[in-house]
Ligand binder design. Structure first.
Ligand code: NDP
Length: 476
Protein backbone atom coordinates (compact mmCIF):
# COMPACT_ATOMS: atom_id res chain seq x y z
CA UNK A 1 0.00 0.00 0.00
CA UNK A 2 1.05 3.61 -0.48
CA UNK A 3 1.22 6.62 1.82
CA UNK A 4 -1.69 9.06 1.82
CA UNK A 5 -0.68 12.66 1.34
CA UNK A 6 -2.96 15.46 0.14
CA UNK A 7 -5.81 13.00 -0.48
CA UNK A 8 -3.71 10.86 -2.86
CA UNK A 9 -1.87 7.56 -2.62
CA UNK A 10 1.82 8.48 -2.83
CA UNK A 11 4.91 6.32 -3.36
CA UNK A 12 7.35 8.51 -1.49
CA UNK A 13 10.36 10.38 -2.75
CA UNK A 14 13.03 7.74 -2.05
CA UNK A 15 11.28 4.67 -3.45
CA UNK A 16 12.50 2.60 -0.48
CA UNK A 17 10.08 0.17 1.17
CA UNK A 18 9.24 -1.38 4.53
CA UNK A 19 7.98 -4.96 4.53
CA UNK A 20 4.93 -5.76 6.63
CA UNK A 21 4.88 -9.36 7.87
CA UNK A 22 2.13 -11.50 9.35
CA UNK A 23 3.25 -12.19 12.94
CA UNK A 24 1.40 -15.50 12.98
CA UNK A 25 3.33 -16.93 10.03
CA UNK A 26 6.30 -14.64 9.36
CA UNK A 27 5.03 -14.29 5.76
CA UNK A 28 5.15 -11.06 3.79
CA UNK A 29 1.74 -9.34 3.72
CA UNK A 30 2.50 -6.11 1.87
CA UNK A 31 5.03 -3.29 1.75
CA UNK A 32 4.74 0.44 2.37
CA UNK A 33 7.04 3.33 1.48
CA UNK A 34 9.90 4.01 3.86
CA UNK A 35 9.20 7.74 4.00
CA UNK A 36 11.68 10.57 4.45
CA UNK A 37 11.95 14.14 5.75
CA UNK A 38 10.78 15.39 2.35
CA UNK A 39 7.65 13.24 2.50
CA UNK A 40 6.86 14.74 5.90
CA UNK A 41 7.38 18.24 4.45
CA UNK A 42 4.97 17.46 1.58
CA UNK A 43 2.41 16.16 4.08
CA UNK A 44 2.76 19.25 6.29
CA UNK A 45 2.40 21.52 3.22
CA UNK A 46 -0.79 19.67 2.23
CA UNK A 47 -2.10 19.91 5.81
CA UNK A 48 -1.33 23.65 5.98
CA UNK A 49 -3.07 24.26 2.66
CA UNK A 50 -6.17 22.38 3.84
CA UNK A 51 -6.34 24.00 7.28
CA UNK A 52 -8.12 27.30 6.48
CA UNK A 53 -11.18 25.77 4.80
CA UNK A 54 -11.47 22.96 7.38
CA UNK A 55 -11.18 25.33 10.36
CA UNK A 56 -13.91 27.55 8.88
CA UNK A 57 -16.46 24.75 8.77
CA UNK A 58 -18.80 24.54 11.73
CA UNK A 59 -18.09 21.86 14.29
CA UNK A 60 -21.38 20.26 13.34
CA UNK A 61 -20.29 19.97 9.66
CA UNK A 62 -17.02 18.38 10.69
CA UNK A 63 -18.89 16.06 13.03
CA UNK A 64 -21.17 14.91 10.21
CA UNK A 65 -18.13 13.79 8.18
CA UNK A 66 -16.83 11.79 11.16
CA UNK A 67 -20.27 10.27 11.57
CA UNK A 68 -20.41 9.31 7.90
CA UNK A 69 -16.92 7.76 8.13
CA UNK A 70 -18.02 5.74 11.18
CA UNK A 71 -20.89 4.28 9.17
CA UNK A 72 -18.54 3.18 6.36
CA UNK A 73 -16.18 1.65 8.95
CA UNK A 74 -19.09 -0.31 10.44
CA UNK A 75 -20.11 -1.53 6.96
CA UNK A 76 -16.56 -2.70 6.25
CA UNK A 77 -15.66 -3.86 9.76
CA UNK A 78 -15.09 -7.50 8.82
CA UNK A 79 -12.52 -6.72 6.10
CA UNK A 80 -10.82 -4.11 8.26
CA UNK A 81 -10.65 -6.49 11.22
CA UNK A 82 -9.17 -9.23 9.05
CA UNK A 83 -6.46 -6.89 7.82
CA UNK A 84 -5.73 -5.80 11.39
CA UNK A 85 -5.32 -9.41 12.52
CA UNK A 86 -3.05 -10.17 9.57
CA UNK A 87 -0.68 -7.30 10.30
CA UNK A 88 -0.93 -7.15 14.11
CA UNK A 89 -1.67 -10.75 15.14
CA UNK A 90 -4.58 -10.35 17.59
CA UNK A 91 -7.54 -12.77 17.45
CA UNK A 92 -10.20 -11.72 14.97
CA UNK A 93 -12.82 -11.03 17.66
CA UNK A 94 -10.43 -8.55 19.29
CA UNK A 95 -9.84 -6.90 15.92
CA UNK A 96 -13.59 -6.59 15.40
CA UNK A 97 -13.83 -4.98 18.87
CA UNK A 98 -11.08 -2.58 17.99
CA UNK A 99 -12.51 -1.57 14.61
CA UNK A 100 -15.92 -1.02 16.21
CA UNK A 101 -14.14 0.94 18.94
CA UNK A 102 -12.75 3.23 16.22
CA UNK A 103 -16.29 3.80 14.90
CA UNK A 104 -17.50 4.44 18.47
CA UNK A 105 -14.89 7.16 18.89
CA UNK A 106 -15.82 8.93 15.66
CA UNK A 107 -19.50 8.73 16.61
CA UNK A 108 -18.78 10.06 20.10
CA UNK A 109 -17.03 13.13 18.68
CA UNK A 110 -19.69 13.54 15.99
CA UNK A 111 -22.24 13.48 18.82
CA UNK A 112 -20.62 16.19 20.92
CA UNK A 113 -20.15 18.38 17.83
CA UNK A 114 -23.69 19.64 18.35
CA UNK A 115 -22.76 20.95 21.81
CA UNK A 116 -19.84 23.17 20.94
CA UNK A 117 -19.83 25.89 23.53
CA UNK A 118 -17.85 28.83 24.80
CA UNK A 119 -17.95 31.01 27.85
CA UNK A 120 -19.31 34.44 28.65
CA UNK A 121 -17.81 36.38 31.57
CA UNK A 122 -19.59 39.43 33.03
CA UNK A 123 -17.06 41.84 34.46
CA UNK A 124 -19.53 44.52 35.50
CA UNK A 125 -18.96 48.10 34.43
CA UNK A 126 -15.53 47.22 32.99
CA UNK A 127 -17.10 45.12 30.23
CA UNK A 128 -17.94 41.60 29.18
CA UNK A 129 -15.82 38.81 27.73
CA UNK A 130 -16.63 36.10 25.25
CA UNK A 131 -14.28 33.10 25.24
CA UNK A 132 -14.28 30.77 22.25
CA UNK A 133 -12.14 27.81 21.24
CA UNK A 134 -10.19 27.70 18.01
CA UNK A 135 -8.11 24.94 16.41
CA UNK A 136 -4.33 24.90 16.74
CA UNK A 137 -3.40 24.29 13.08
CA UNK A 138 -1.43 21.33 11.77
CA UNK A 139 -1.04 18.58 14.38
CA UNK A 140 1.19 15.50 14.40
CA UNK A 141 0.36 12.01 15.66
CA UNK A 142 2.65 9.02 16.14
CA UNK A 143 0.97 5.73 16.94
CA UNK A 144 2.19 2.34 18.10
CA UNK A 145 1.55 -1.20 16.87
CA UNK A 146 -0.34 -2.68 19.81
CA UNK A 147 -3.73 -1.05 19.17
CA UNK A 148 -3.12 0.85 15.95
CA UNK A 149 -6.78 1.34 15.08
CA UNK A 150 -8.11 2.40 18.48
CA UNK A 151 -5.19 4.73 19.15
CA UNK A 152 -5.55 6.24 15.67
CA UNK A 153 -9.18 6.99 16.62
CA UNK A 154 -8.14 8.59 19.91
CA UNK A 155 -6.04 11.08 17.96
CA UNK A 156 -7.95 11.56 14.70
CA UNK A 157 -11.42 12.02 16.28
CA UNK A 158 -10.73 15.01 18.56
CA UNK A 159 -8.01 16.56 16.35
CA UNK A 160 -10.24 16.74 13.28
CA UNK A 161 -13.43 17.66 15.10
CA UNK A 162 -11.63 20.62 16.70
CA UNK A 163 -10.77 21.85 13.17
CA UNK A 164 -7.11 20.87 12.92
CA UNK A 165 -5.43 19.04 10.09
CA UNK A 166 -3.18 16.09 10.80
CA UNK A 167 0.02 14.34 9.77
CA UNK A 168 0.08 10.85 11.24
CA UNK A 169 2.77 8.17 11.33
CA UNK A 170 1.74 4.56 12.01
CA UNK A 171 4.17 2.03 13.50
CA UNK A 172 6.30 0.30 10.87
CA UNK A 173 4.86 -3.14 11.65
CA UNK A 174 1.17 -2.05 11.47
CA UNK A 175 0.59 0.62 8.80
CA UNK A 176 -2.00 -1.15 6.64
CA UNK A 177 -5.31 -0.78 8.50
CA UNK A 178 -4.38 2.84 9.28
CA UNK A 179 -3.96 3.55 5.54
CA UNK A 180 -7.30 1.88 4.75
CA UNK A 181 -9.05 3.93 7.45
CA UNK A 182 -7.52 7.15 6.13
CA UNK A 183 -8.94 6.29 2.68
CA UNK A 184 -12.36 5.77 4.29
CA UNK A 185 -12.20 9.11 6.11
CA UNK A 186 -11.30 10.81 2.82
CA UNK A 187 -14.18 9.09 1.05
CA UNK A 188 -16.52 10.29 3.81
CA UNK A 189 -15.85 13.89 2.79
CA UNK A 190 -12.50 15.10 4.14
CA UNK A 191 -10.93 17.55 1.71
CA UNK A 192 -7.47 16.55 0.42
CA UNK A 193 -4.74 17.29 2.96
CA UNK A 194 -6.87 17.23 6.11
CA UNK A 195 -5.57 13.78 7.11
CA UNK A 196 -2.16 12.66 5.84
CA UNK A 197 -0.46 9.35 6.62
CA UNK A 198 3.32 9.14 6.22
CA UNK A 199 4.80 5.67 6.65
CA UNK A 200 8.44 5.13 7.59
CA UNK A 201 10.75 4.67 10.53
CA UNK A 202 10.55 6.45 13.85
CA UNK A 203 14.05 7.80 13.37
CA UNK A 204 13.35 9.54 10.05
CA UNK A 205 9.59 10.14 9.64
CA UNK A 206 8.83 10.21 13.40
CA UNK A 207 11.56 12.71 14.23
CA UNK A 208 10.75 14.82 11.14
CA UNK A 209 7.16 15.17 12.42
CA UNK A 210 8.34 15.97 15.95
CA UNK A 211 10.74 18.70 14.82
CA UNK A 212 8.73 20.25 11.99
CA UNK A 213 8.19 23.90 12.99
CA UNK A 214 4.71 24.12 11.42
CA UNK A 215 3.32 21.29 13.58
CA UNK A 216 1.72 22.97 16.61
CA UNK A 217 0.74 19.94 18.66
CA UNK A 218 2.00 16.42 18.85
CA UNK A 219 0.31 13.38 20.28
CA UNK A 220 2.44 10.27 20.81
CA UNK A 221 1.72 6.82 22.22
CA UNK A 222 4.57 4.41 22.80
CA UNK A 223 7.64 3.70 24.85
CA UNK A 224 8.77 5.88 27.77
CA UNK A 225 12.26 6.36 26.37
CA UNK A 226 10.92 7.39 22.96
CA UNK A 227 8.45 9.74 24.67
CA UNK A 228 11.22 11.45 26.62
CA UNK A 229 13.27 11.86 23.47
CA UNK A 230 10.26 13.34 21.67
CA UNK A 231 9.73 15.77 24.53
CA UNK A 232 13.30 17.00 24.20
CA UNK A 233 13.14 17.25 20.40
CA UNK A 234 9.81 19.11 20.50
CA UNK A 235 10.83 21.58 23.18
CA UNK A 236 12.63 23.86 20.72
CA UNK A 237 9.35 24.85 19.07
CA UNK A 238 7.20 24.98 22.22
CA UNK A 239 4.70 22.49 20.83
CA UNK A 240 1.70 21.25 22.79
CA UNK A 241 2.29 17.63 23.75
CA UNK A 242 0.16 14.65 24.67
CA UNK A 243 2.33 11.68 25.66
CA UNK A 244 0.83 8.30 26.52
CA UNK A 245 3.80 6.24 27.62
CA UNK A 246 2.46 3.01 29.01
CA UNK A 247 2.21 1.69 32.49
CA UNK A 248 2.70 -1.10 34.96
CA UNK A 249 -0.87 -1.34 36.22
CA UNK A 250 -1.43 -3.08 39.56
CA UNK A 251 -4.54 -5.19 40.19
CA UNK A 252 -5.40 -5.64 43.89
CA UNK A 253 -7.69 -8.52 44.87
CA UNK A 254 -8.99 -8.26 48.43
CA UNK A 255 -10.26 -11.16 50.55
CA UNK A 256 -13.92 -10.15 50.08
CA UNK A 257 -13.68 -10.15 46.26
CA UNK A 258 -15.82 -12.31 44.00
CA UNK A 259 -13.00 -14.73 43.16
CA UNK A 260 -14.38 -16.08 39.87
CA UNK A 261 -15.04 -12.59 38.58
CA UNK A 262 -11.58 -11.43 39.64
CA UNK A 263 -9.92 -14.44 37.96
CA UNK A 264 -11.71 -13.57 34.70
CA UNK A 265 -10.69 -9.94 35.17
CA UNK A 266 -7.05 -10.92 35.60
CA UNK A 267 -7.09 -13.21 32.54
CA UNK A 268 -8.68 -10.61 30.27
CA UNK A 269 -6.77 -7.76 31.90
CA UNK A 270 -3.41 -9.42 31.32
CA UNK A 271 -3.75 -11.59 28.22
CA UNK A 272 -6.01 -9.49 25.94
CA UNK A 273 -3.96 -8.61 22.85
CA UNK A 274 -1.26 -11.07 23.99
CA UNK A 275 -0.54 -8.75 26.90
CA UNK A 276 0.51 -5.89 24.62
CA UNK A 277 -1.75 -3.23 26.10
CA UNK A 278 -0.67 -0.12 27.96
CA UNK A 279 -3.33 -0.57 30.67
CA UNK A 280 -2.95 -4.34 30.95
CA UNK A 281 -2.73 -5.88 34.43
CA UNK A 282 1.04 -6.05 34.84
CA UNK A 283 1.29 -6.78 38.58
CA UNK A 284 -1.27 -8.80 40.49
CA UNK A 285 -1.53 -8.49 44.31
CA UNK A 286 -3.80 -11.02 46.02
CA UNK A 287 -4.79 -11.01 49.70
CA UNK A 288 -3.14 -13.93 51.50
CA UNK A 289 -6.45 -15.23 52.88
CA UNK A 290 -7.61 -16.18 49.37
CA UNK A 291 -4.34 -16.44 47.48
CA UNK A 292 -4.01 -20.25 47.33
CA UNK A 293 -7.55 -20.70 45.99
CA UNK A 294 -7.25 -17.72 43.67
CA UNK A 295 -3.90 -18.72 42.17
CA UNK A 296 -5.07 -22.31 41.56
CA UNK A 297 -8.17 -21.09 39.70
CA UNK A 298 -6.11 -18.56 37.77
CA UNK A 299 -3.56 -21.18 36.70
CA UNK A 300 -6.30 -23.57 35.54
CA UNK A 301 -7.92 -20.78 33.54
CA UNK A 302 -4.60 -19.80 31.93
CA UNK A 303 -3.84 -23.44 31.08
CA UNK A 304 -7.14 -23.57 29.18
CA UNK A 305 -6.29 -20.56 26.95
CA UNK A 306 -5.78 -21.44 23.29
CA UNK A 307 -2.90 -19.84 21.44
CA UNK A 308 -2.78 -19.70 17.64
CA UNK A 309 -3.27 -17.77 14.42
CA UNK A 310 -5.74 -14.99 15.19
CA UNK A 311 -7.70 -15.80 12.04
CA UNK A 312 -8.56 -19.25 13.39
CA UNK A 313 -11.71 -19.96 15.35
CA UNK A 314 -11.66 -20.40 19.13
CA UNK A 315 -8.29 -18.70 19.51
CA UNK A 316 -7.86 -16.77 22.76
CA UNK A 317 -4.37 -15.42 22.17
CA UNK A 318 -2.56 -14.59 18.95
CA UNK A 319 1.16 -14.11 18.38
CA UNK A 320 3.09 -11.17 19.70
CA UNK A 321 3.52 -8.42 17.13
CA UNK A 322 7.20 -8.92 16.34
CA UNK A 323 10.10 -11.28 16.95
CA UNK A 324 11.82 -8.46 18.86
CA UNK A 325 8.94 -8.01 21.29
CA UNK A 326 8.79 -11.74 21.94
CA UNK A 327 12.53 -11.87 22.50
CA UNK A 328 12.28 -9.12 25.12
CA UNK A 329 9.61 -11.01 27.06
CA UNK A 330 11.33 -14.35 26.68
CA UNK A 331 14.59 -12.89 28.05
CA UNK A 332 12.85 -11.44 31.09
CA UNK A 333 11.27 -14.81 31.91
CA UNK A 334 14.57 -16.65 31.40
CA UNK A 335 16.34 -14.16 33.67
CA UNK A 336 13.71 -14.77 36.37
CA UNK A 337 14.12 -18.51 35.96
CA UNK A 338 17.94 -18.42 36.03
CA UNK A 339 18.16 -16.02 38.99
CA UNK A 340 15.50 -18.04 40.82
CA UNK A 341 13.50 -14.82 41.25
CA UNK A 342 10.13 -16.54 40.94
CA UNK A 343 8.25 -19.78 40.30
CA UNK A 344 6.91 -20.25 36.79
CA UNK A 345 3.57 -21.92 37.44
CA UNK A 346 2.61 -22.25 33.79
CA UNK A 347 3.87 -21.12 30.38
CA UNK A 348 7.29 -19.55 29.95
CA UNK A 349 8.05 -20.89 26.48
CA UNK A 350 7.58 -20.21 22.76
CA UNK A 351 5.76 -22.60 20.41
CA UNK A 352 8.98 -23.91 18.84
CA UNK A 353 8.61 -27.41 17.48
CA UNK A 354 4.88 -26.99 16.82
CA UNK A 355 2.92 -26.03 13.70
CA UNK A 356 3.16 -22.43 14.92
CA UNK A 357 6.93 -22.18 15.20
CA UNK A 358 7.30 -19.58 12.42
CA UNK A 359 5.03 -17.14 14.25
CA UNK A 360 5.95 -14.95 17.22
CA UNK A 361 3.92 -16.92 19.77
CA UNK A 362 4.53 -17.07 23.49
CA UNK A 363 2.57 -19.30 25.82
CA UNK A 364 0.66 -17.30 28.52
CA UNK A 365 2.75 -17.36 31.66
CA UNK A 366 2.04 -17.09 35.38
CA UNK A 367 4.88 -16.44 37.81
CA UNK A 368 4.46 -16.56 41.60
CA UNK A 369 6.63 -16.11 44.72
CA UNK A 370 8.44 -13.47 42.80
CA UNK A 371 11.21 -11.21 44.06
CA UNK A 372 10.16 -7.57 44.06
CA UNK A 373 13.45 -6.69 42.32
CA UNK A 374 12.71 -8.94 39.34
CA UNK A 375 12.39 -7.09 36.03
CA UNK A 376 8.99 -8.76 35.70
CA UNK A 377 7.86 -6.51 38.55
CA UNK A 378 9.93 -3.37 37.99
CA UNK A 379 9.55 -2.96 34.18
CA UNK A 380 6.57 -2.62 31.88
CA UNK A 381 6.03 -6.24 30.75
CA UNK A 382 4.52 -5.85 27.29
CA UNK A 383 3.55 -9.46 26.69
CA UNK A 384 1.59 -12.43 28.08
CA UNK A 385 3.38 -12.80 31.41
CA UNK A 386 1.68 -12.19 34.76
CA UNK A 387 3.55 -11.92 38.07
CA UNK A 388 1.33 -12.64 41.08
CA UNK A 389 2.23 -11.56 44.60
CA UNK A 390 0.56 -12.33 47.93
CA UNK A 391 -0.11 -9.44 50.32
CA UNK A 392 -1.14 -9.56 54.00
CA UNK A 393 -3.34 -6.43 53.97
CA UNK A 394 -4.53 -3.39 52.05
CA UNK A 395 -1.73 -1.16 53.39
CA UNK A 396 0.91 -3.43 51.84
CA UNK A 397 -1.06 -3.73 48.60
CA UNK A 398 -1.26 0.06 48.22
CA UNK A 399 2.41 0.47 49.12
CA UNK A 400 3.45 -2.10 46.49
CA UNK A 401 0.99 -0.78 43.89
CA UNK A 402 2.64 2.65 44.17
CA UNK A 403 6.15 1.19 44.03
CA UNK A 404 6.58 2.04 40.34
CA UNK A 405 7.68 4.90 38.12
CA UNK A 406 4.44 4.57 36.16
CA UNK A 407 0.89 5.70 36.98
CA UNK A 408 -1.50 4.83 34.18
CA UNK A 409 -4.25 2.60 35.62
CA UNK A 410 -4.99 0.36 38.61
CA UNK A 411 -7.85 -1.81 39.80
CA UNK A 412 -9.19 -3.06 43.08
CA UNK A 413 -11.48 -6.07 43.41
CA UNK A 414 -13.64 -5.80 46.51
CA UNK A 415 -17.20 -5.34 47.74
CA UNK A 416 -16.16 -2.84 50.38
CA UNK A 417 -16.72 0.87 49.85
CA UNK A 418 -14.07 1.93 52.37
CA UNK A 419 -11.44 -0.18 50.55
CA UNK A 420 -12.53 1.37 47.25
CA UNK A 421 -12.21 4.87 48.69
CA UNK A 422 -8.72 4.22 50.05
CA UNK A 423 -7.48 2.80 46.75
CA UNK A 424 -9.03 5.67 44.82
CA UNK A 425 -7.44 8.25 47.14
CA UNK A 426 -4.05 6.63 47.61
CA UNK A 427 -3.05 4.72 44.47
CA UNK A 428 -1.28 6.97 41.99
CA UNK A 429 -2.88 6.35 38.61
CA UNK A 430 -4.94 8.24 36.04
CA UNK A 431 -7.81 5.74 36.24
CA UNK A 432 -8.86 3.42 39.06
CA UNK A 433 -11.26 0.63 38.14
CA UNK A 434 -13.33 -1.22 40.74
CA UNK A 435 -14.16 -4.87 39.89
CA UNK A 436 -13.00 -4.20 36.34
CA UNK A 437 -9.80 -3.53 34.44
CA UNK A 438 -8.88 -2.34 30.93
CA UNK A 439 -12.14 -0.82 29.67
CA UNK A 440 -11.83 2.76 28.37
CA UNK A 441 -14.89 3.99 26.44
CA UNK A 442 -14.51 7.13 24.27
CA UNK A 443 -16.21 9.45 26.76
CA UNK A 444 -13.81 8.56 29.60
CA UNK A 445 -10.61 10.66 29.88
CA UNK A 446 -7.54 8.51 29.62
CA UNK A 447 -3.91 9.19 30.51
CA UNK A 448 -1.43 8.73 33.27
CA UNK A 449 0.66 10.41 35.92
CA UNK A 450 4.38 10.19 36.70
CA UNK A 451 6.28 8.52 33.82
CA UNK A 452 3.08 7.26 32.19
CA UNK A 453 2.79 10.53 30.35
CA UNK A 454 1.30 13.97 29.98
CA UNK A 455 -2.22 15.00 28.99
CA UNK A 456 -5.45 13.12 28.44
CA UNK A 457 -6.97 11.36 25.48
CA UNK A 458 -10.70 10.74 24.95
CA UNK A 459 -13.74 12.73 25.94
CA UNK A 460 -14.10 16.48 26.10
CA UNK A 461 -10.59 16.64 27.63
CA UNK A 462 -8.95 15.51 24.39
CA UNK A 463 -11.09 17.87 22.32
CA UNK A 464 -9.97 20.78 24.52
CA UNK A 465 -6.34 19.73 24.14
CA UNK A 466 -6.61 20.13 20.35
CA UNK A 467 -7.82 23.74 20.65
CA UNK A 468 -6.97 26.94 22.47
CA UNK A 469 -9.13 29.65 23.94
CA UNK A 470 -9.43 33.08 22.37
CA UNK A 471 -11.11 35.92 24.22
CA UNK A 472 -13.07 38.90 22.96
CA UNK A 473 -13.07 41.67 25.58
CA UNK A 474 -15.91 44.15 25.12
CA UNK A 475 -15.21 47.33 27.06
CA UNK A 476 -18.41 49.29 27.54
P1 NDP B 1 8.33 2.93 20.23
O1 NDP B 1 8.06 4.02 21.20
O2 NDP B 1 9.69 2.87 19.63
O3 NDP B 1 7.29 2.99 18.99
C1 NDP B 1 6.05 3.66 19.00
C2 NDP B 1 5.93 4.59 17.80
O4 NDP B 1 6.95 5.60 17.86
C3 NDP B 1 6.15 3.88 16.45
O5 NDP B 1 5.33 4.50 15.48
C4 NDP B 1 7.61 4.16 16.18
O6 NDP B 1 7.96 4.05 14.82
C5 NDP B 1 7.73 5.58 16.66
N1 NDP B 1 9.09 6.02 16.99
C6 NDP B 1 10.14 5.25 17.34
N2 NDP B 1 11.23 6.04 17.58
C7 NDP B 1 10.85 7.31 17.36
C8 NDP B 1 11.52 8.58 17.43
N3 NDP B 1 12.81 8.68 17.74
N4 NDP B 1 10.84 9.70 17.11
C9 NDP B 1 9.53 9.61 16.79
N5 NDP B 1 8.85 8.46 16.69
C10 NDP B 1 9.48 7.31 16.99
O7 NDP B 1 7.99 1.56 20.91
P2 NDP B 1 8.52 0.10 20.46
O8 NDP B 1 7.75 -0.27 19.26
O9 NDP B 1 10.00 0.06 20.35
O10 NDP B 1 8.11 -0.74 21.74
C11 NDP B 1 9.00 -0.77 22.83
C12 NDP B 1 8.28 -0.86 24.14
O11 NDP B 1 7.45 0.29 24.30
C13 NDP B 1 7.31 -2.01 24.28
O12 NDP B 1 7.96 -3.18 24.63
C14 NDP B 1 6.39 -1.49 25.35
O13 NDP B 1 6.96 -1.69 26.60
C15 NDP B 1 6.31 0.00 25.04
N6 NDP B 1 5.12 0.37 24.25
C16 NDP B 1 4.08 0.94 24.89
C17 NDP B 1 2.95 1.26 24.18
C18 NDP B 1 1.80 1.86 24.86
O14 NDP B 1 0.67 1.69 24.42
N7 NDP B 1 2.01 2.61 25.88
C19 NDP B 1 2.82 1.00 22.76
C20 NDP B 1 4.00 0.44 22.15
C21 NDP B 1 5.09 0.15 22.90
P3 NDP B 1 8.53 2.65 14.23
O15 NDP B 1 7.45 1.66 14.37
O16 NDP B 1 8.82 3.00 12.83
O17 NDP B 1 9.74 2.32 15.06
Amino acid sequence: MLMRIGGKDVEGIDECWIEVKNPATGELVDRVPDGTNEDVSCAVDAAEAAFGAWAKKSMRERGMILFHAARIVRDQHKDLARLLTIEQGKPIYESIDEVRGFANILEFYAGISAHSSGEAIRLGPAGDCMVVREPLGVCGAIIPWNMPVLIMGWKVGPALLAGNTLVLKPASTTPLTTLKLAGILDSAGLLPGILNIVTGSGKSVGEAIVTHPAIRKLSFTGDCTTGNKIRELASGHLKDLTLELGGSDPMIVMDDADIDRAVEGAVRGRFYNAGQTCTAVKRLYVHEKISTRFIKKLKDRIDALTVGNGLGSKIDIGPMNSAGQREKISQMVEETRENKEGTILTGGYTLKGTAYERGYFYRPTLVSTISLDSRLVTSEIFGPVLPVMTVPDLDTAILEANNTRYGLGASVWTKDLATTKRVFDEVKAGIIWVNRHLTVPPEVPFGGMNESGIGRENGQHALDSYSRTKTLFLGW
